[in-house]
Design a binder for this molecule. Sequence first.
Ligand SMILES: [Ca+2]
Ligand SMILES: [Ca+2]
Ligand SMILES: [Zn+2]
Length: 113
Amino acid sequence: MATKTPSVMERNINTVIDVFHQHSRMEGNTDTLSQKEFKKMVKNDLANFLKKEKRRNSLINDMMEDLDTNQDKQLSFEEFVMLVAKLVFATHEKMHEGHPRGNDHSHGSGFGK
Ligand SMILES: [Ca+2]
Ligand SMILES: [Ca+2]
Ligand SMILES: [Zn+2]
């Protein structure tokens, strides 16, 4: 069986993994995000989806505390993917503001703008 080119969805999943590690490698434990690394990721890579948080460090810290379920002040990849899941869900909800489900199922622009 020939290997097929990854689909857009598969590539986007790989991108999530790559972006996590681009940041996790910056300092300390290379497998986890420190508070500083997480801040940088929010500001560089989630600037449109987390606009409010981007502007206020205290919101980023709160978000990190919520995600850091074992409370070791580091985000493991497992803890981080919960944020991705929440963002996927929240983005879809946002797309449905003013676009009720049903009929031809249309979407607004979500957090993209
Ligand atoms: Ca690190
Ligand atoms: Ca942790
Ligand atoms: Zn939908």
